[in-house]
Ligand binder design. Sequence first.
Ligand code: SAM
Ligand code: SF4
Length: 429
Amino acid sequence: MNEHDSELIAGMLENKGYISAEDQNDADIIVLNTCCVRETAENKVFGLLGRLGRLKKQKPHLIIAMGGCMSQQEHIGIRIKQRFKYVDILFGTHNIHVLPELIDQVENQKKQIIDIWSEQKDIQEGLSVKRFQSVRAWVSIMFGCNNFCTYCIVPYVRGREKSRRPEDIIGEIEELVSQGYQEVTLLGQNVNSYGKELTSGIDFADLMVMINDIKDLNRVRYMTSHPKDFSDKLIKTISHLPKVCEHIHLPVQAGSNNILKRMNRGYTREYYLELVEKIRIAIPGVSLTTDVMVGFPGEADADFADTVDLIKNVEFDSAFTFIYNKRQGTPAAGMEEQVPDEIKVARIEELINLQNKISLRKNKLEIGKTLTCLVEGPSKTNINLLSARTRTNKIVVFRGKQDMVGKPFQLRITGCSLTHLEGEVIPAE
Ligand code: SAM
Ligand code: SF4
């Protein structure tokens, strides 16, 4: 989501006449698009701001702007005002679209501008976007979150759920297809609750049907799905839609009912396992990935054992693993029984080791199969190879020609590592 916000920011800057600089030392404006979901990301921003302060001393005309979720927090605004006076513009998540005006203001007034809106007034349509990729594109279908998981800062910095109108989403995707994009990923904190506040009565399943009908679109992905809202209607619908890929990111967070309750996740371990079962029956070969957290306040050895057990039971294709950290203003930050750091570290190591073994085992099962893969461009790790993606969201690196980019091909899987598959083109008969 932040990556897509960066595409919006870059698009607005290009519209204003800026071009992207190869090196930050050459830039006339530097915009930091921040995330506050975890503390490590915040610490990195302050480190970077320190370095940019030194750059600004050498280049006083440099404009430094900071946006994103971090800026949206009151205490961060105060800190920037007091300790980082050389940050020219602080803007939030609800007013990204006014950045061009703020740049004009700072150029005219030459003083720090802090402009944070407490909520998004209307969804801004038609903003120019500079897409960073050429084959697949992000498309936001909704903003904000209503769930208030007790550890999470997102609802406080991104506001309440607001869905885009179906016609605006379809229009954007049709435009992307006309530009040659093959694949879209629909974005929302909880895509399954899409449309709840719209008067049209169109829900996420209905939207998927409409998107599947878009001519010349090849693939549709979506994230993130909240388990509590993943309805039987949705499972049935997507299982019949040929363009919707067989991959679901379904964050579980924890395997213990006690912890799930304290997290306010709105489901139990049994419900989650049953949901996985239903999905696997309806969509054979589906890949499942998840987010899982260790060290939530009150997580006892038995609770962690339940998480380990769930991970072993489901066998996710891959998982993002997180150590819980306190986010100021969230209910969990004030909970007693915070878990000591050394226990959190031991637990995350155990979990990562377990998941790595499962991911590798699952990747090995792909060897020998022939899979339809959409070619995305050069491999990130070896520019002599190309990178493609299976419908199940696995990366396949293979030897191929540049003109294959943007097209689907049948690749035979010949090997794998933990993070990707290796393949070869099947010669035409
Ligand atoms: N909306 C998605 C959902 O409900 O699963 C997730 C969005 S959140 C930005 C991405 C992931 O960050 C979460 O799934 C969670 O595992 C992790 N996360 C959020 N708050 C956290 C915290 N305080 N400490 C550690 N991890 C956190
Ligand atoms: Fe955060 Fe929960 Fe909303 Fe996801 S559903 S963004 S974890 S509050």
